[in-house]
Design a protein around this ligand. Structure first.
Ligand SMILES: O=C[C@H](O)COP(=O)(O)O
Length: 250
């Protein structure tokens, strides 16, 4: 069986209740390709609200969580809490968490391990900065970031999606070209074959993220190793539906 296309919307720290009601109304009215899995990553405080008004066929994700279930961690939210209020997924290791909040590979791996243990599915983000790309280090960086996750994921690969998001393409309007994205996705799959198993590599869904819009989604979706998208800015707009349906329109 082939890999099911999966599109995530990452709202980041955007929207209020009125705007959310509008976005969800649009998502609920579709049409959505039934062959595509859709997950929206919402601010944790709105998870329960979104879950209560969103069609059940679309998943809900938190955008971060802490690495243990409970305790004296003022201001933090656990995977258990996100799950308790209705999320099925959590996005971890986003480059904004890495660069703005200083999260390192080790911490991200601890979070991934705990979220999986708590019963959440994980969108694990990786990707190089512009400096790293220009220094020819793209593969080294994404392989290092993925390698850090191996013990955390262990045998739980079916509950993980990898999101390749070149940092230089996030929110900049500079999308990786389909060839650039395809090359890294194919290298990652080949790295997974060598470092996990050919079964894991073949089944692993790898999303592309970075300035995906309705106008570039079809060309990217046509690449054999691009199995979906993680969409930021455009996930707040009606065009998100077109992005979700990009594969059927290829
Ligand atoms: O998680 C999503 C990525 O950061 C991409 O954001 P963007 O689509 O606004 O470039």
């Amino acid at each position: 069986m082939g890999r099911k296309f999966i599109v995530g919307g990452n709202w980041k720290m955007n929207s209020d209740k009125d705007q959310i009601a509008e976005i969800v109304k649009n998502l609920n009215s579709g049409p959505l390709d039934p062959n595509v899995e859709v997950v929206i990553g919402v601010p944790s405080i709105y998870v329960a609200f979104v879950r209560s008004i969103l069609t059940e066929t679309i998943g809900v994700a938190g955008q971060n969580c802490w690495k243990v279930a409970k305790g004296a961690f003022t201001g933090e939210i656990s995977a258990e809490m996100i799950k308790d209020v209705g999320a099925e997924w959590v996005i971890l290791g986003h480059s904004e968490r890495r660069t703005i909040f200083g999260e390192k590979d080790e911490l991200i791996a601890e979070k991934v391990a705990h979220a999986l243990e708590a019963g959440l599915k994980v969108i694990a983000c990786i990707g190089e900065t512009l400096e790293e790309r220009e220094a020819g280090q793209t593969e080294d960086v994404v392989f290092r970031q993925t390698k850090a996750l191996l013990p955390a994921i262990d045998t739980n690969w079916e509950n993980v999606v990898l999101a390749y998001e070149p940092v230089w393409a996030i929110g900049t309007g500079k999308t990786a070209s389909p060839q650039q994205a395809q090359d890294i996705h194919a290298s990652l799959r080949s790295w997974l074959t060598s470092n996990t198993s050919s079964e894991v590599a073949e089944n692993m869904r790898i999303q592309y993220g970075g300035s995906v819009t309705a106008s570039n989604a079809k060309e990217l979706a046509a690449c054999p190793d691009i199995d979906g998208f993680l969409v930021g800015g455009a996930s707040l707009k009606p065009e998100f539906l077109d992005i979700c349906n990009a594969q059927v329109m290829c």
